[in-house]
Design a protein around this ligand. Structure first.
Ligand code: CO
Length: 134
């Protein structure tokens, strides 16, 4: 697997507009993309902070993955995403190494990215995403 670097850090937030404003005011961040994906239960913004990127994730309801995360853990760090050349090849490589995967196949993620999630138990408690811009 060839990893290009960190693509983004994902943060769970209760209110997307408020979070976008906070990052703009504190760090001069700018919104790169914003979208609401009902089937994933998320309203998200891709935000540039200097040359780097964060993903702000707000739930569309309580009974959604991000809604449950907020209820259990409160707002904060949610995941790290590494950019790879090929998500399918990365999954095959991780599976060969015995890693527990959440997604066994690449899927369509936010903002047109091809993505897959790796179980946090395999990465010392950090929910990890591999992504490839398509
Ligand atoms: Co992400």
């Amino acid at each position: 697997m060839s990893v290009r670097g960190v693509h983004h850090l994902g943060f769970a937030v209760a209110d997307l507009d408020e979070a976008v404003s906070t990052y703009a005011e504190l760090f001069g961040a700018t919104v790169e993309h914003r979208e609401r994906v009902e089937e994933q239960g998320v309203e998200a913004a891709s935000v540039l902070v200097g040359p780097d990127r964060i993903e702000l994730l707000a739930p569309t309801g309580d009974d959604t993955p991000v809604g449950r995360f907020l209820a259990n853990r409160g707002p904060g760090m949610h995941h790290v995403a590494y950019e790879v050349d090929d998500v399918r090849a990365a999954l095959a490589d991780l599976a060969r190494k015995g890693v527990e995967l959440i997604d066994h196949e690449p899927r369509h993620g936010l903002f047109g990215l091809e993505v897959a999630f790796v179980h946090p138990d395999a990465v010392h408690g950090v929910l990890t995403e591999v992504v490839c811009p398509v």
